[in-house]
Design a protein around this ligand. Structure first.
Ligand code: NAD
Ligand code: IMJ
Length: 256
């Protein structure tokens, strides 16, 4: 089968470790022939990410904390200096204070609310602004979201509100960048045991409930999310923009 991302360059933000959805996506992009540029949050992840980057044959890896304006500037400059066109971007970043995922939503502090929105939503807007000038032939920007944006799910709290804003941002960005042939979409993944899911109260119970109720009767696999990211980034996804694509064993359609 021909490679779907041959001669394409892809930027993947949000790789922390082997369990990260960004890792599964980067691996699938590489399998499909893409050149990879990877970013990670900071010093704590440097060693792990550099090792994974070597294993993936990434052409560039750099730290980029999305809360730091200077880091966003460095990202823009690096992309400009590379000189090559960028074709695909994956934003796989979210964060809220652990406390805000444990106590009632109405107890969320102003700072906790703003932090969750800055990292989990505003960063997509900032990334879009940084990459658009080098997506000279058009391209695709994909982010990751979760059903907690649309429905109330236990403990998702301020993250659910931030994901709702993220999904709305996908639509506004798609509308504005469409004329430049840049498509913007989100993948709404079912629950997967990554670092961002570890320590979440009753996570195993959530996984069991999904497997029992979802049409496919099984949990979502990282590789299923990654293959959808390949589709969206590739020529096959050329007609799709402003969409939220559910990769969740069909869980989202069920009423009871
Ligand atoms: P993960 O912990 O591996 O990824 C989250 C990433 O966000 C990490 O790499 C972390 O370093 C990065 N990040 C946090 N703050 C940052 C900052 N200030 N600057 C730069 N990067 C920062 O977990 P994951 O499950 O792979 O999460 C990736 C995305 O997938 C998130 O948007 C998450 O909401 C979404 N998602 C996850 C699931 C799930 O069940 N795991 C389901 C649906 C959607
Ligand atoms: C996260 C919290 C509550 C319920 C949850 C999740 N469910 C799922 C997740 C049911 C699937 C994972 N998810 C979709 C996320 O977006 C996670 C985001 C997240 C996780 C943490 C944990 C550690 C921390 N801050 C976090 N910020 C965001 O300190």
């Amino acid at each position: 089968m021909p490679q779907l991302l041959k001669e394409r360059t892809a930027l993947v933000l949000g790789l922390a470790n082997r369990w990260s959805l960004a890792y599964a996506i980067a691996r699938a992009f590489r399998r499909e022939g893409a050149q990879l540029i990877l970013t990670y949050q900071g010093d704590r992840q440097q060693e792990t990410v550099e090792e994974l980057a070597r294993e993936l044959g990434a052409s560039r890896v750099m730290s980029c904390d999305v809360t730091q304006e200077a880091d966003m500037e460095r990202l823009s400059e690096m992309l400009r200096a590379e000189g090559d066109d960028l074709h695909a971007v994956v934003h796989s970043i979210a964060f809220a204070n652990k406390d805000d995922l444990a106590r009632p939503f109405y107890m969320t502090s102003r700072d906790g609310f703003l932090l969750a929105h800055e990292i989990s939503c505003y960063s997509l807007v900032a990334v879009a602004r940084a990459v658009a000038p080098v997506m000279r032939q058009g391209g695709s920007i994909t982010t990751l979201t979760y059903l907690g944006s649309q429905r109330v799910l236990p403990n998702y709290n301020v993250m659910g509100v931030a994901k709702a804003a993220l999904e709305a941002s996908v639509r506004y960005l798609a509308s504005e960048l469409g004329p430049q042939q840049i498509r913007v979409n989100a993948i709404s993944a079912g629950p997967i045991k990554t670092a961002s899911a570890r320590g979440i109260k009753d996570f195993s119970k959530i996984l069991e409930a999904v497997s029992e109720k979802a049409p496919l009767r099984r949990p979502t696999e990282p590789d299923e999310v990654a293959d959808t990211a390949v589709f969206l980034a590739s020529h096959l996804g050329r007609g799709v923009t402003g969409n939220i694509v559910y990769v969740d064993s069909g869980y989202q359609i069920m009423g009871l």
